[in-house]
Write a protein that binds this ligand. Structure first.
Ligand code: CDP
Ligand code: MG
Length: 751
């Protein structure tokens, strides 16, 4: 399993390679030496475009033809909803049978753990029960989710059940999107939002009850909140804390919070017949497509849910199923619905909509559909057996999102999805032996496998000096903490004793990754904060450009017009500035194959960051056309992620020597112009290590801004000697930090 996970799907790789080849064959950037692109040329095209384009706003919808079979209703109506009103549906949920009993236990205890099968009504009902029982009279009822999608979609559902406008009595908040008002009494949010709220208000006084939902997921932020909320409850006796989980880990949670009661919601589930693959599956996408076709064509009623590791696999799976169906003469209709976290929310909502009679739904999902979202009517599950996890990769010194085999606990949750409305079938695309021998019983919690830089920064600013003493349910490995502290030290957020520096303190104010916050703060000194603010905002929004089917060449050509040959960051800046010059027009975006919704989001993010800058008395200063300064500012925060040119189109990481490649969508790709040094925003690992979003930099800047790593070649020392000095310096730093931690601990113990 691990081997296949490393390679990924061959089918998907073939798709990707075809795409890259097409791209490489195209002619590139002919106007050598032009900085901002041929603005005149772009203008001319726009004018022509204006005349041609009378269609109005193109939308994300063009990307997904599969959803067309569904009725386009705004309210989500499930199959089951057809027969019943919303309030009847509420009474039908398993949690309703234990409503009063549950409220009694909550009344008698500050903390309780609630366990129930997925779909029993925990997420949508608990908040409403607490409201009905009067808890909202003296504070909000908050409910945290590890996933943004879940927070939004559940809030929408509950607002419909309560019959209010979303954002009024029931609202949600995710990063850069606050859909709540003064009226809000039930607030769904990501766990990251509550964590940040605890910075401003350490006792969370606005809340009378907090539900930490999906605790079994053990997301990083949830784990940190556990430690913090345990303390808050000991100070605030009027606050209720409810931790909910699918059917695992309950006793562990209970003992962490001091042997608190565990309440089980009696479940209602039907038997699910399991089919393991007889032979090892080499290509899970290919197998899943075959299995799905077989299920669909054999004619039994019921919707289908396919689990895939990530967006690209999902897209190719959808594509292939639709292709194969097209090849058949009279295949029954199938509504193919992708769902993953980066999918725009209107398309996400489609999975809950009812398909017309006689049309089967086929939802292709990441593990988002494992426990956080429940689609009614699923009778068949096809489980590829993989998921994407963020894992700290010591080789590259940062987190990488890669494919891993799922755990047995995941596998069981997935198969359970088939048995909610009747007996179901689950096809596992792995052998029984692989399930038993190669899968872990449960996934390693995120806190033990990822970079903790953000958490360290946050906890330090909450006054937690000694992180090794913080009460974690499962403490992160000491190396992880030290590594993250080292990264923060490199950025200048921590000093040699591991304490927050003024820069670090200011960085905490921004809901951004440490390097981005630093870039924004430094841009002030470098007099380019107006430009950097736009770049940071653009980096905080997924997918600006789109490539509709059948118009790939046109969209690539449009995209190339914006490319600034030395930088993807500047390309982003260029797009935004041109959009602004065109009065933030939707039709302009349309013509240039730019997602208007994404751009509007960028504008919102920019505004929100600007408000924080205002509070911090940080001015907006523009450097005008001096874009070299902007590149230098980018270098000041990303010097630790630098690569050096090795051969044609080949780069190696300056610090580790690891080969890394330009991404085909990069402005620098296939340009003929290949700078000696570049810095990159992030690495993505697919078939190769790709650098995503790169900017060319001057070698001297690296030495000036990252003196702890780089120096101008000193001919009097050999390479070995230089390396020795560097290693010694790093060891000394780590020793010093360890000593500081120990000192603090000793002092505490002494007290
Ligand atoms: O949290 P738990 O898994 O226990 O259940 P839930 O998410 O509260 O779901 C209860 C019911 O609401 C299920 O039947 C879902 O299908 C339905 N639901 C929905 O129709 N639309 C949503 N956006 C969310 C839930
Ligand atoms: Mg739930």
């Amino acid at each position: 399993l691990a081997q296949v996970a490393r390679k990924g799907s061959l089918v998907v790789r073939k798709f990707r390679e075809q795409k890259e080849k097409r791209k490489a064959q195209q002619k590139h950037w002919e106007v050598a030496g032009t900085r901002i692109g041929d603005i005149m040329g772009v203008k001319k095209k726009e004018e022509e475009g204006d005349k041609l384009d009378a269609k109005g706003e193109l939308d994300y919808k063009t990307d997904h033809k599969f959803a067309d079979l569904l009725q386009d209703k705004t309210e989500a109506v499930s199959d089951f909803a057809k027969a019943k009103t919303l309030s009847e549906q509420r009474k039908f949920l398993p949690i309703y049978a234990v409503r009063n009993e549950l409220l009694n236990v909550i009344r008698d205890n500050s903390i309780i753990i609630i366990v129930g099968e997925t779909g029993s009504g925990k997420t949508t009902q608990l908040t409403q029960y607490l409201h009905e029982d009067g808890y909202t009279n003296y504070g909000m009822v908050g409910c945290t989710q590890p996933r943004r999608v879940a927070a939004m979609s559940v809030a929408k559902r509950v607002s419909e059940e309560i019959k209010c406008k979303l954002g009024e009595e029931v609202g949600y908040a995710i990063r850069f999107e606050d859909c709540t008002t003064e009226k809000t009494i039930i607030k769904y949010m990501t766990d990251g939002i509550l964590l940040r709220e605890s910075l401003r208000e350490s006792d969370l006084d606005h809340y009378s009850a907090i539900i930490m939902d999906e605790a079994h997921e053990r997301s990083l932020n949830t784990d940190v909140l556990f430690g913090l909320l345990r303390e808050v409850i000991s100070r605030r006796h009027d606050l209720k804390l409810i931790v909910t989980s699918a059917t695992m880990n309950a006793t562990k949670f209970a003992s962490f919070f001091g042997n608190v009661p565990v309440f089980e919601i009696p479940g209602r589930c039907f038997p699910v017949e399991l089919f393991f693959s007889k032979n090892t599956v080499e290509d899970y996408v290919d197998s899943a497509v075959k299995q799905a076709m077989q299920v669909h064509l054999q004619g039994m009623d019921g919707d289908l849910l396919i689990f895939m590791p990530g967006q690209e696999d999902i897209e190719v799976t959808c594509e292939l199923i639709s292709e194969r169906l097209g090849e058949l003469d009279d295949a029954p209709p199938l509504a193919i619905l992708p769902i993953y976290s980066q999918l725009p929310s209107d398309l996400q909502a489609k999975i809950f909509q009812k398909a017309p009679d006689g049309v089967r739904k086929c939802v292709v999902a990441t593990n988002i559909a494992e426990t956080s979202l429940t689609v009614d009517g699923i009778m068949f599950v096809v489980d590829a057996g993989y998921c994407k996890l963020k894992v700290f990769n010591p080789k590259i010194g940062m987190d990488a999102l890669s494919i891993y085999p799922i755990s047995q606990a995941n596998a069981n949750q997935r198969s359970g999805r088939a048995g909610r409305t009747g007996p179901g079938h689950c096809y596992r695309l792995y052998t029984q032996r692989q399930y038993k021998n190669e899968m872990l019983t449960a996934t390693v919690p995120e806190i033990q496998r990822t970079n903790l830089a953000n958490v360290v920064l946050l906890l330090k600013s909450l006054g937690v000096q000694d992180l090794l003493q913080f009460h974690f349910m499962d403490p992160p490995p000491q190396d992880n903490i030290l590594n993250s502290m080292y990264q923060l030290w490199i950025l200048g957020a921590l000093d040699n004793t591991g304490s927050l520096t003024p820069l670090g303190r200011q960085m905490v104010e921004f809901p951004l990754d440490p390097a981005l916050s630093k870039m924004l703060i430094i841009s002030l000194e470098m007099c380019c904060s107006a430009e950097i603010l736009i770049i940071v905002s653009m980096l905080s929004v997924p997918a600006i450009f789109y490539r509709p089917k059948g118009r790939e060449e046109d969209s690539d050509a449009a995209r190339e017009k914006f490319q600034v040959p030395e930088s993807d960051h500047l390309t982003f800046l260029n797009v935004y500035e041109q959009w602004k010059r065109n009065a933030y027009s939707a039709s302009w975006c349309n013509e240039h194959f730019i997602h208007i919704k994404a751009m509007r989001k960028v504008r919102e993010v920019r505004q929100q960051l600007k408000e924080i800058m205002d509070q911090q008395k940080m001015e907006l200063i523009s450097t005008g056309n001096e874009w070299d300064i902007v590149r230098k500012c980018i270098c000041s925060s990303y010097f630790h992620q630098a690569a050096r040119l090795k051969g044609i189109g080949e780069y190696v990481n300056v610090r580790t020597g690891m080969p890394c490649h330009l991404h085909p969508t990069s402005a620098l790709f296939g340009m003929g112009y290949t700078p000696d040094y570049i810095v990159y925003h992030e690495l993505i690992m697919t078939s190769k290590e790709y650098m995503q979003c790169v900017t060319s930099v001057d070698g001297h800047w690296l030495a000036e801004l990252g003196p702890m790593f780089y120096s101008i070649k000193d001919a009097s020392k050999t390479r070995q000697e230089r390396k020795k000095v560097a290693v010694e310096e790093m060891n000394a730093m780590e020793e010093e930090m360890k000593r500081a931690e120990e000192l603090i601990r000793a002092r505490k113990e002494h007290q």
